[in-house]
Write a protein that binds this ligand. Structure first.
Ligand code: ADE
Length: 241
């Protein structure tokens, strides 16, 4: 997969050279490039913004500068992502869908956002999604780009050594938050690892983990319990629901 990120703060994306994403890049599993939007600005001051038409506070990013940049980067198969708090919520399902795309371009806006004609124009040519990573307002799209690149990259084939780790995790196929996890030592700070986990009884461990996932999800995310697919609920679950 190829990913291009465009920002006026390319240094903000430096963490994409580290850890999971950095390793995936080094292994050639993702071709990720970060670009400075100002490289496409035409005036002496490399201006990328202007005042909002119709009045109001702040500045808006110019469509012409973004247009020149995006014309150079997008192809017919590109999925253009525009992070914005007014976008559709980015979820694990979004990450899964994007992981199947051959090419992502992430256009990071700052200030009051990017002139709306940019999304409208590219929507006539390619897939465009305005996407929010949550109901809060960030200073720009860069932190959202970091989040999305990591969520998508870890799903690419070969990135996570043991693909089993993608099966039992929060927001996976069962629709539940993940159960609590433990390691050695068996006793720490006066707290014991739950005895069932050292029992060696796999059936009981599976049931215990499922119960913990259900209890935790009910307490923290009742909305996920409401949305559970009836086909994934078993008889043992019903006592807890
Ligand atoms: N830009 C500012 N806030 C944002 C958010 N919550 N999600 C995505 N991009 C943003």
């Amino acid at each position: 997969m190829r990913i291009d990120v465009v920002s006026i703060f390319p240094d903000y994306l430096a963490p994409l050279g580290l850890s999971l994403v950095g390793k995936a890049r080094a292994a050639g599993l993702v071709d990720l490039r970060v670009h400075d939007l100002r490289a496409w600005a035409v005036d002496r001051h490399h201006t990328v913004d202007d005042t909002p038409t119709g009045g109001g506070a702040g500045m808006v990013m110019r469509p012409d500068v973004w247009g020149t940049a995006l014309d150079e980067l997008v192809t017919d198969t590109t999925h253009l992502l525009i992070p914005t708090p007014s976008g559709a919520t980015f979820t694990q399902r979004t990450a899964e869908a994007l992981a199947a795309a051959p090419h992502l371009v992430i256009a990071c806006g700052r200030y009051e956002g990017i002139d709306a004609r940019v999304a409208a124009h590219y929507r006539t040519r390619i897939q465009v999604t305005e996407v929010s990573i949550g109901d809060y307002v960030l200073g720009g799209g860069e932190a959202a780009a970091l989040v999305m690149v990591e969520a998508v990259t870890r799903l690419l084939p070969g990135v996570i050594g043991n693909p089993e780790s993608l099966v039992e995790e929060s927001h996976g196929a069962d629709g539940l938050l993940e159960y609590p996890v433990f390691t050695r030592p068996v006793t720490w700070a006066g707290l014991d690892v739950p005895a069932v986990l050292t029992s060696g009884h796999h059936g009981k461990i599976t049931r215990w983990r499922r119960d913990e996932a259900l209890t935790r999800t009910s307490a923290r995310r009742p909305d996920l319990i409401e949305a559970l697919d009836a086909a994934t609920v078993d008889r043992g679950d019903l006592a807890l629901l």
